[in-house]
Design a protein around this ligand. Structure first.
Ligand code: KIV
Ligand code: ZN
Length: 516
């Protein structure tokens, strides 16, 4: 096989393995928004979900397929079970380009400990599953779960059987992130050398980060003959996560010549993708995270600053603009006018569409600028998002007054405007100001809601930063909805996030009743 300057296929599994990260559940709307960003990045394959797992997940896979159109292959996951495969077939029925991803455990730990099967039974089940999937699709990917810890001879026999049954992509996962990169590389080289028929299919790697080596494992797999790498934005995924798309893509980009490979990912979209995943899931990346962490391009010691000022490449291996940092050359503050705001918004790809829109956004901008010394691009992104949302708001906040402290009992007086424009007021106590505000909202809106998750994070820099609140609510029929909002005051962000989730719930209900 010729390895010189190969194009690596980027298979993104943020919506499937990424969603398996604790607390990262995404609803259909979230998945559609993320799909748009994955398309902007130019990923080749989007693994949209595991349709048999729930009606919501099934619907999400359908929605991702609709959104992706011709622009990417949309893949759905199935265990080697008929019901799983049929769920994939149905969920992908209207996809323009689709793939079924099925497979089975192959290590002794999986065969004996989980599946309680012999090797022969596992091969039989895998062959049945791949054959069934092939009846419906020309694009069937087979995963050999926990391949890195499997007996090699059995693994090769399993892969040969899967190829014989019609698999068109063979995926070798290091499911537990156990390997050393050099060992994983050897495994892939052996698969390439020893499995009959392997050169007629696409060879993929899927690595986990339990030893912090997921990106190195993927690179070694690719260096040794794999053609597709599976990864997630921010490395989100089970336990310690998966190969981070941004790390893999930038390592390939910087070392393209010596690796003899490249990808067609639009690297300028990486930072935006990372921020979007953080906003949707509420899961932050650590500040020192490679490529997308808040400190990834910040030089703080005097010696480093001196070097960077004289010549950037003394301490900077990547030009930050190539991964999408836009820079803050034009500092916006309360002294800035409409023109400066409009120019900056255009520069960061959030152009103003009309004078009326500019007037409204400017008013909100001034409110933020009054509380902050400098308004950063991140603040503007949040502002525009919130502004866009407010158009289709159903419930809106008019005023919120809280009284709290030690040893006071927290009380909140809330005035909300309902969808018809009528004002409602409620006043109540709680364990703290946020609890009191939520109880006041419950009194007004009168829905049976349970607050499952609540998280606050500072999404911009400084003590006066905007605080974004993410919430997850559940209705009495078990449906759940996320809500997010940002404000300089976290009590205000909290109530806005709650209303955002409630409005999403009401919009979903309205859509469902229209279509039934
Ligand atoms: O880690 C793993 O083995 C997986 C498979 C389903 C590909 O996620
Ligand atoms: Zn995985």
């Amino acid at each position: 096989m010729e390895y010189s300057n190969r194009r690596i296929i980027i298979f993104d599994t943020t919506l499937r393995d990424g969603e398996q990260a604790p607390g990262a559940s995404m609803n259909t709307e979230d998945k559609v928004v993320i799909t748009r960003q994955l398309l902007r990045l130019g990923v080749d394959v989007i693994e949209a979900g595991f349709p048999v797992s729930s009606p919501g997940e099934f619907e999400s896979v359908q929605a991702v397929a609709r959104e992706a159109g011709e622009s990417a292959v949309v893949c759905a996951l199935a265990r080697a079970l008929e019901k799983d495969i049929i769920a994939c077939v149905r969920a992908l029925a209207n996809a323009k380009r689709s793939r079924i991803h099925t497979g089975i455990g192959v290590s002794q730990q999986h065969l004996q400990g989980k599946l309680r099967m012999t090797e022969a039974q596992a091969i039989e089940q895998a062959v049945k599953a791949v054959s069934l999937a092939r009846e419906f699709s020309d694009d069937v990917q087979f995963y050999a779960e926990d391949a890195a810890r499997a007996d090699r001879e059995f693994l090769f026999t399993m892969l040969e059987a899967a190829i014989g049954a019609g698999a068109t992509v063979i995926n070798i996962p290091d499911t537990t992130g156990y390997s050393l990169p050099v060992e994983f590389g050897k495994l892939i080289a052996e698969v390439r050398a020893k499995v009959p028929g392997i050169d007629a299919v696409t060879l993929a790697v899927h690595c986990h980060n339990d030893l912090g080596l997921a990106s190195a494992l993927a690179i070694e797999g690719l260096r040794n003959g794999a053609e597709q790498a599976e990864c997630t934005i921010n490395g989100l995924g089970e336990r310690a996560g998966n190969t981070a798309l941004e790390e893999l893509v930038m390592a390939i980009s910087l070392h393209s010549e010596e690796l003899g490979m490249h990808t067609t990912i639009k690297t300028e979209e990486l930072v935006r993708a990372s921020r979007l995943i953080t906003q949707v899931t509420g899961i932050r990346v650590q500040p020192n995270k490679a490529i997308v962490g808040a400190n990834a391009f910040v030089h703080s010691s005097g010696i480093h600053q001196d070097g960077v000022i004289k010549q950037r490449d003394t301490y900077e291996i990547i030009d930050p603009t190539t991964v999408g940092y836009k820079g803050n050359e034009l500092l916006l503050s309360s002294l800035s006018g409409r023109a400066a705001l409009a120019e900056r918004l255009t520069e960061i790809d959030l152009p103003i569409e009309s004078q009326h829109q500019l007037d409204e956004v400017y008013q909100r901008f001034v409110e933020i600028a009054d509380r902050k010394r400098i308004v950063y691009d991140e603040d503007l992104e949040v502002l525009m998002q919130e502004y866009g949302r407010s158009f289709d708001s159903l419930w809106r906040i008019k005023t919120l007054q809280v009284n709290c402290g030690f040893p006071l009992i927290a009380t909140a007086t809330l005035v909300l405007i309902d969808p018809s424009g009528e004002e409602h007021i409620a006043s109540t106590t709680g364990t703290g100001p946020i609890d009191a505000s939520y109880k006041a909202a419950d009194l007004i809106i009168n829905e049976q809601l349970e607050l499952l998750e609540f998280s606050v994070m500072s999404i911009t820099r400084g003590i006066d930063a905007l605080g974004e609140v993410s919430v997850l609510i559940q209705t009495d029929d078990g449906s759940s909805f996320t809500g997010r909002a940002a404000d300089g005051d976290i009590i205000v962000s909290s109530i806005k996030a709650y209303l955002n989730a409630i409005n999403r719930m009401l919009r979903t209900r309205a859509r469902q009743s229209r279509s039934s």
